[in-house]
Write a protein that binds this ligand. Structure first.
Ligand code: ADE
Length: 234
């Protein structure tokens, strides 16, 4: 057990999917895994381990934002031996070529700051995805016929951001979407020699103001879970 995860060491699989929302973790585990066991519920942050195509997989909530994700990912890697970590979440679209419901595979995650900022000092470290996961996810998405974009995203600390000029620069520089967790995930994976990827559904759009109706969210989320499970399978 760790401070934030009540599981026994053997309860957590080497492959971990990380939705922000703990109830999405529950839904994904109950929908896609067999032999599902609840392995964590400390502070309501739910984690489940089960089998997918015979492979052990844990699906564990990360919470919202990089400080929350950093707590769970540090403990999952350092105390539980997680080696492959895939964020499954939503993002806001930032290019006209990107539509609500599309999937974005985050090749890189730009930031202003992360919980790891202090150790880099003046270095603008470039957090990037694991290539083997990225290419496997791109193939899985193509096979499912899901409209997918591969490129850079922006991991923000602020959902209600009142600096439109900053978003303009992101758009100008080809950033596909904005979310709040991937950069720190990529940095922690690099530090601990793990593999990481963020698979994101576009749930809203910063340029058009469109938002995914809640009825559509489950199906889009399901596509993402299946892409992540396929990418992680050995
Ligand atoms: N996640 C989903 N949509 C988002 C947005 N517009 N900004 C930050 N994170 C998001």
């Amino acid at each position: 057990m760790t401070i934030h995860i009540g599981a026994q060491k053997e309860d957590i699989a080497e492959t971990v999917l990380l939705p922000g929302d703990p109830y999405r973790a529950k839904w994904a585990a109950e929908t896609f895994l067999t032999d599902v066991k609840l392995v964590n519920q400390v502070r309501g942050m739910l984690g489940f381990t089960g089998l997918w195509n015979g492979n052990r997989v844990t699906i564990h909530g990360s919470g919202m934002g990089m400080p929350s994700l950093s707590i769970y990912v540090n403990e999952l890697i350092r105390d539980y031996g997680a080696r492959t970590l895939i964020r499954i979440g939503s993002c806001g679209g930032m290019q006209n070529s990107v539509a609500v419901r599309d999937v974005i595979l985050a090749m890189t995650a730009s930031t202003l700051s992360t919980p790891s900022r202090g150790i880099f000092r003046d270095l603008n470290y470039a957090p990037c995805a694991d290539w083997s996961l990225l290419s496997a996810a791109a193939k899985a998405a193509e096979k499912r016929g899901v409209k997918t974009h591969v490129g850079g995203i922006y991991s923000s600390d602020i959902f209600y951001d009142e600096r439109p000029d900053l978003n303009d620069q992101m758009v100008r520089h080809g950033i596909l979407g904005v979310e709040m967790e991937a950069a720190e995930l990529y940095i922690l994976a690099a530090r601990h020699k793990c593999r990481a990827l963020a698979v994101l559904t576009v749930s809203d759009h910063l340029l058009t103001g469109e938002a995914l109706p809640s009825a559509d969210r489950e199906r889009s989320f399901g596509d993402m879970v299946e892409i992540a499970l396929n990418a992680a399978s050995p």
